[in-house]
Design a protein. Structure first.
Length: 117
């Protein structure tokens, strides 16, 4: 039987404490306009290219934040991305490793990554 489940990712959920603050932070970090509304009082879907990123305050707890990056954001210029995040005051958790990636935390403590594509 052929699987009815597609081999593609539709969305990645990120637990956040305050949906409006998280929406504003991620939109600023990604250079996105704040569009659309918070759905159901706890969900904001970032307007991404590729899989959606869903910020969700209903699933948040300190125990559920990402302890390791679950995915990475792409960049064509890793040095510029690192400098940008540093200048924004983002908590960087690594230097640029192997001229290819670095890690950081969002305001809720989720460990995330930027990687040169």
């Amino acid at each position: 039987m052929k699987s009815p489940i597609l081999n593609e990712v539709g969305a990645i959920f990120i637990p956040v404490k305050n949906i409006e603050k998280a929406r504003d932070w991620y939109c600023e970090m990604l250079g996105l306009p704040v569009e659309g509304e918070v759905q159901f009082g706890h969900i904001y879907v970032l307007p991404m290219e590729g899989p959606n990123i869903v910020l969700d305050s209903k699933i948040y707890s300190e125990e559920k934040v990402f302890q390791v990056p679950m995915f990475h954001f792409n960049t064509e210029d890793i040095e510029a991305a690192y400098t940008y995040m540093k200048e924004k005051g983002v908590e960087l958790t690594s230097a640029i490793e192997h001229q290819h990636y670095f890690t950081y935390k969002d305001p809720d403590g989720n460990h995330l990554m930027v990687c040169k594509c």
